[in-house]
Each structure stands twice: as C-alpha cells, then as structure tokens.
Design a protein around this ligand. Structure first.
Ligand SMILES: Cc1ncc(C[n+]2csc(CCOP(=O)(O)OP(=O)(O)O)c2C)c(N)n1
Ligand SMILES: [Mg+2]
Length: 552
C-alpha cells in the first residue's frame, strides 16, 4: 500500500519535477524514502536559504516551479527570505515543509511554529495537508497557483503522520495547457490611437518582459514599430542590447543619461513593468503618458499611474498592437538622436588601466569573457547598479539580478541553478565580499554537484553600498568595514580553485583561465569604488545644470 509521502512524490513527478533542493529533518524522512525510488533527484544544500534561491531561480528561468524541502520550525523559517525573493520577483516556487504529527502529539510544542500562518504574507498560498486523499489535488493546485500570473511561491506543509500513513492509491490530476487570454480589442484600439498620436514615443521593457513565455513576441513588436526602447534592471536582455534601438537601462530612478530620453518622451509603452522594481522613472503630472502592457493590470502608485492599459498575454497582444500601428508611425525614431550620446557616456572609463579597477572596467572585462548566451548572476551590492547600467545583454535572462527584494546572498545559489540548467553555457556569479559570505557555504554544494561555475568576488572589505550611501548623506565613515578570509585558501578548502587578480590587465586572462580550467573557480579582484561618487553623484549633478534642449 502507498503512503502519503508516496502520493506526494508521485504528484511531483506528475508535475515534471526532476530535482528538489533542501535540508530534510526527521519529519521529512518518509518523503526522503519515497524520493529514493523516484525519478526526482534530492539535492542537499548547506542552508535552506540556498535551496529556496535555487528553486526560485529554477522557476524564473523555466517558468515551471522549482521545489525545495525543509523540516518544520527552524528549517521552514530559513525559507522566509527565499519566499519573499520569489514573491516579489514573480518566480514560481513550491516549498514543502514538514511538521509534527497532527493526529497525536507526543512531543508537545517542541519545535512547533505556526509555519502556515508565518508564510501567509510571503506566499500566494500556504496550506497544511491534512489527509492523504487530497494530496494529488492540492499539489496540482499548488503548481497552478505558483505558475499563473503573477507567478510566485506556494507552501505546502506535510505533517509526518500524514506522510507516513498508508492509504489507497489516489489518481493523479493530469496537467493540461492553459492559455492566457489576449488583451481586449477596445484596449488595443485605445493604445494604438495613443501610439499613433505620439510625437516622441519610447518603449520600456520591465521585469515581466523577461518571463520565458514573453520574450519572442516582444522582440517582434520593437522591430516592427522601430520605436527605441530602454529597460528596467530586470527587463534586460528581452530584446538584444545590440539592437540599434537600445537606449540604455534605467539603473537609477532619475537623472541618469538614459533619462534624457525618458524626460523628453511624450509616451512610454511600458511592457511588463512591475512596480516591485525600484522605479526606472518617476511619473509626474507633466511627464509622458504611459501605456501599461502586461499580464496583470498596473497597480497604482505615486510614481506609476498609467493612463492606458493593455492587459493579457504580452507577446500575442503586442503582435495585435503592432498590426494596428506598423508602417503608420512617422515619429517612431524621434528620440533616437539621443542614443549615441547616452551610450557613449555610459561607456566612459570602461578601458581605463587604473588599479584597483573601476566598476566600469570590471563590467567591460566580464562582458568580454561571457559569450552572448552566457549568464551572470549578481548578488546585491554597489556593483549591481554598474552592471545594470553598463552591461549589454543579447539574450533574455542572461543577467539574473534581483531588483525586487534586492536581498544579499542570492548570487551564488542563483548562479548554481543556472549552471545546472545550462551546463553548456558559461555561468558566472558576481558577488561583493559581503553578499558572497552570506551563502558561501553553498560552495560545497557546487563542488559536490561538479558544476562548472566561476564566482567573481569584488573585494572592498566593506558593505560598500551602504558605506557609499553613508558618505553621500555626509555621515562619517563608521561601522561598515570588515576583514575577509583569504578567499583563495577558502575556495581551496572546499575543493574548488581560487585565484587573485593582481593587476587590471590580468582580469580578463584570470577569468578566461578560470572558465577553461572548469569546475568551481573563485576569482577575487579588488574594486575602486571612488567612481560611485564621481559618476553617480558629481557627474550626474553637473549634467542637471546644463539646459536641456527638446529634440523635436
Ligand atoms: C540580506 C540583506 N541584508 C542587508 C542588505 C542591505 N545592503 C544592501 S547592499 C549592502 C552591502 C553589500 O556589500 P557587498 O556584498 O560587500 O557589496 P559592495 O556594495 O561592497 O560591493 C547591504 C548591507 C540587503 N540588501 N540584504
Ligand atoms: Mg563589499
């Protein structure tokens, strides 16, 4: 006779799950036993947070939920940051947590936390499984909810007595495809009218534009309308940055060079914008009108209140919108004359020899060693702004950055997931010395899994972004510096390789050597963060003083 845990694992197989990440506890042992004879691989991590970041990234990259498993109480609570990462980032994920038995209680309240309630604000659905018979339907429902727009995390708690209970076999619920409806004709007509009237239109690609299902249709819209576009941090790559319509990425909310185009636009077609991102521009009473094109309606914010909405499956809806305006847009390229000025100033100092290297130089050199389909996964720190601003992308989802929860600690686990899914592509984690140490224990997991992965650590012996903000706000330098382990020895102690870059000219060769030697390779380079103030404060402030002439 099957047990509850057998039904759970069969239901996961029914969903096409091939890996589960996590740290089991004694309450999960029936599930572990059921996994042993299943087609699903159990991937142990060294902290539950790493498991959640990997599972969420699986969802982000494939559109199908990644799955993670933990014990009750302490293990489950270690998933909170990963749950928030998936919730804000719109990443489908299933979290399976154990619990003490619910039919009798032989350990009183030991380790018991109301996990289901604790996760309510961090998930789309958080439920306890109370009977074996409901397992197939609950699992099917959990996957549907996690995947449907807006995607996100779901938690299912399986008490150990339900997991171990013998039961009749219950049939699985077959999967079937679900199409997302296309936007209403009236909405498309209204949007087309605004686009046809616009004198200086601009497209913005946001976080939801990077969903695996979105990317094809969006490229077609940009090509057919020939309207220049910029991206948010999480919208990078959906349309190649090599396109001659790319105007830049809004890594700051205002005043950056890309905002020269934004400020002059009279219409912004915001594709897939999700206001969980730090605002890519600030709407005001006088600024451009905005058409919101996405899977879900816009939420109204002080800084984002679109005047027109096209809600539906983004790719096919944009195709219909392009049908209405293609060949009739006389002002499509009105803002293009700004492009060269924006991009050339962004590239400033990208090849400077200074030691330690500038952020611009590091971004430039990383781009040289990553092929077009290679993936970089960023942790959170000051360098994220520089990568968002300066790194050109050619393929969707080749820059995995988190501009939603913006948590530290996700860089290494998300890169590991990318390396598991795409073993033939180059994958690099880019981490600060602070963020790397938050989940550095997953180096052991990466070595055990025999991943090919380069981890680039940018060393400033500080929580650099906060230290910079402290200086910008005229506080004295205090409380944000630390010491580091010897990263080369640290890597070697895990059975990985390690190397330290000793001159600016050695960064590219060191990264090349790391990729060519294979396995897990940690490369450490110091970074000169004086550019943060020189460019992001002084230079941009100076630019503001210049009188901006309208372009058309
Ligand atoms: C989990 C978490 N804790 C704290 C913060 C706030 N925070 C944002 S960036 C940062 C410093 C990052 O330091 P590091 O990883 O060394 O990168 P650096 O800015 O120095 O390049 C901190 C503390 C955060 N985003 N996430
Ligand atoms: Mg640092």
């Amino acid at each position: 006779m099957p047990k509850g845990s057998d039904l759970l694992v069969a239901a996961l197989e029914n969903e096409g799950v091939d890996r589960i990440f996590g740290v089991p506890g004694e309450e999960n042992l029936d599930v572990v036993e059921s996994l042993r004879s299943s087609s699903i691989k159990l991937i142990l991590t060294r902290h539950e947070q790493g498991a959640a970041f990997m599972a969420a990234t699986h969802g982000r990259l494939t559109g199908r939920p990644g799955v993670c498993i933990t014990t009750l109480g302490p293990g489950a609570l270690n998933l909170t940051t990963g749950a928030a990462y998936a919730l804000l980032g719109g990443m489908p994920m299933i979290m399976l947590t154990g619990q003490k038995g619910i039919m009798s209680s032989r350990q009183a309240q030991f380790q018991i936390v109301d996990v289901v309630t604790a996760f309510k604000p961090l998930t789309k659905l958080s439920r306890q499984i109370v009977s074996t018979r409901t397992i197939p339907t609950l699992v099917r429902d959990a996957f549907r909810i996690a995947m449907e727009e807006r995607p996100g995390p779901v938690l299912l708690e399986l008490p150990e007595d339900i997991a171990g209970e013998e039961c009749e076999h219950v049939a699985m619920v077959p999967r079937h495809p679900i199409e997302i409806p296309i936007a209403h004709r009236a909405a498309l007509d209204r949007a087309a009218e605004l686009i046809l009237k616009a004198k200086r239109p601009l497209i913005m690609l946001g976080a939801a534009a990077s969903r695996p299902r979105s990317t094809a249709g969006i490229g077609g819209f940009v090509r057919r309308t020939k309207i220049p576009f910029f991206t948010t941090q999480m919208g990078k790559g959906t349309v190649p940055g090599g396109s001659n319509l790319y105007m830049g990425t809004a890594a700051l909310s205002e005043r950056d060079y890309v905002h020269e185009a934004v400020d002059r636009a009279d219409l912004i077609i915001a594709v897939g914008h999700d206001t969980i991102e730090k605002p890519p521009f600030i709407m005001g009473p006088k600024g451009p009108q905005v058409i919101h094109v996405s899977y879900t309606p816009a939420n109204v914010e002080q800084v984002y209140f679109p005047q027109c909405e096209v809600v539906g499956d983004v790719g096919p809806s944009l195709e219909l919108l392009a049908d209405r305006v293609e060949g009739r847009l006389h002002n499509a390229g009105a803002l293009l004359s700004l492009r060269e000025g924006i991009l050339s100033r962004i590239a400033d100092r990208a090849t400077e020899e200074r030691w330690p290297p500038t952020p611009q130089r590091i971004v430039h050199d990383v781009r040289q060693v990553i092929p077009e389909d290679g993936i970089i996964a960023l942790d959170n720190g000051m360098y994220k702004i520089w990568f968002a601003r300066n790194y050109r992308t050619y393929v969707a989802n080749t820059v995995l950055l988190d501009n939603a929860l913006a948590t530290m600690g996700a860089g290494l686990p998300s890169a590991m997931m990318a390396a598991m899914l795409y073993p033939d592509r180059r994958v690099m984690a880019v981490c600060g010395d602070g963020g790397f140490m938050m989940n550095s224990q997953e180096m052991e997991t990466a070595v055990r899994l025999k991943l090919n992965l380069v981890v680039l650590i940018l060393e400033d012996s500080a929580y650099g972004m906060i230290r910079w903000k402290q200086a910008v706000d005229h506080f004295p330098d205090f409380g944000l510096s630390f010491g580091n382990p010897d990263f080369v020895k640290y890597a070697e102690s895990y059975g990985a390789k390690g190397s330290r870059v000793e001159s600016t000219g050695d960064l590219i060769p060191a990264l090349e050597r790391a990729f060519k030697s294979g396995g897990v390779h940690l490369v450490v380079v110091p970074i000169d963060y004086t550019e943060n103030t020189r460019v992001l404060i002084d230079e941009l402030r100076e630019k503001l003083k210049q009188v901006d002439e309208p372009v058309a």
